[in-house]
Design a binder for this molecule. Structure first.
Ligand code: 5MM
Length: 333
């Protein structure tokens, strides 16, 4: 087994998932601001250390995704973040895209940037201890979008990124996110997610990316946030797994993003997925669905660090329990 597939397997190990704590500085500041916390480098460090140092986190978290700023910061005791979480039994990861920007030629659509100089940056991140990386492509649903151009351009960038990661011995998390924004129904999300995944698979194959050495981080197939209907967990799970079935057995695993779903709904949907027999594990790589309750509980009060950590531990435990169901429902043969 090559090193990337070994790490990928660890990331989606039974009963574990990934904590996405990789908000860019702008996103993190606006989330801190909403919680009444000034957006400073110091507060971002304190908040990320609160998350990473949560007692027992490694019981349900295989990895944590950080952004560049955090990977270059240290815990209060001076230990660099990557070394600190490794010592806690958690793999450190790094978001290496530099964000989604307006795509020339495609009004209203974005292309995720960050390919220039990527191999050199990856080798620097590997030196800092990063075991895996993440790149997020973003697709908006309207009656006309996403366009074939946006689907193709973003798939190509994801594949270029994934190939570069594997060459650097870093596991790529491949994240094509079809946003929940809009009033579309679940069927339209399924249609778009199907087209997006088909293009991603084609581009990965063209660049010889080893599917056993990647983790796919997709959206769940779900209605838009402006749609008054709420699909049941069983409906979301059935539609999501139906789309995912096009992925070959070699894929190391799937770790869903939460996409702005309320935390309990994301967990219920994840649990419902486990009732479907699949050749790859179906795990989580949630951001907001794990950290929002922690941020709200802490809200910058040094006396409430333990409360914030307890809130994170609760969400991680609930999602870890959901994915652990798989081994009960689908015992290894
Ligand atoms: C945590 O947010 C991540 C980075 O966002 P920006 O670069 O836009 O600030 C994001 O990629 C995240 O990892 C995924 O979207 C999953 O997070 P959610 O909240 O959707 O589970």
């Amino acid at each position: 087994m090559n090193p990337c597939s070994q790490i990928a397997e660890k990331l989606v190990a039974p009963g574990k998932g990934i904590l996405a704590a990789d908000e860019s500085i702008g996103t993190m500041n606006s989330r801190l601001d909403k919680a009444g916390v000034p957006g400073t480098a110091e507060n971002r460090q304190v908040y990320r250390e609160l998350l990473a140092a949560t007692p027992g986190l490694a019981d349900g978290a295989s990895g944590i995704i950080f952004c560049d700023e955090t990977l270059n910061q240290t815990f209060a005791d001076g230990t660099p973040f990557a070394r600190a979480v490794l010592a806690l039994g958690i793999l450190p990861g790094i978001k290496v895209d530099t964000g989604a920007r307006p795509c020339p030629g495609l009004p209203g659509e974005t292309i995720t940037e960050g390919l220039d100089g990527l191999p050199a940056r990856l080798s620097g991140y590997a030196d800092l201890g990063a075991a895996f990386a993440k790149w997020r492509a973003v697709y908006t649903i309207t009656p006309q979008l996403p366009s074939p151009g946006a689907i193709r351009a973003n798939a190509h960038a994801l594949a270029r990124y994934a190939a570069a990661c594997q060459e650097a011995g870093i596991v790529p998390i491949v994240e094509p996110e079809v946003l929940m924004d809009g009033d579309h129904g679940l069927d339209r999300c399924a249609e778009v997610t199907t087209a997006v995944h088909a293009a991603v698979r084609e581009e990965l194959a063209l660049l010889n990316v080893d599917l056993a050495g990647i983790v796919l981080k997709p959206n769940m197939v779900i209605e838009g946030s402006g749609n008054p209907e709420t699909s049941t967990p069983e409906e979301v799970a059935a539609a999501t797994v139906a789309v995912l079935r096009a992925w070959p057995d070699q894929l190391a695993g799937v770790a869903f993003l939460s996409g702005g779903q309320p935390p309990e709904r994301a967990t219920a949907n994840l649990e419902a997925m486990q009732h479907h027999r699949t050749s790859w594990p179906l795990s989580f790589s949630f951001g907001r669905a794990l950290v929002d309750p922690a941020l709200a509980a802490w809200h910058g009060d040094a006396d409430l660090v333990a409360a914030g950590q307890a809130a994170l531990a609760d969400r991680v435990a609930a999602n870890a329990a959901a994915v652990r169901l798989r081994s009960q429902l689908q015992p290894a043969s």
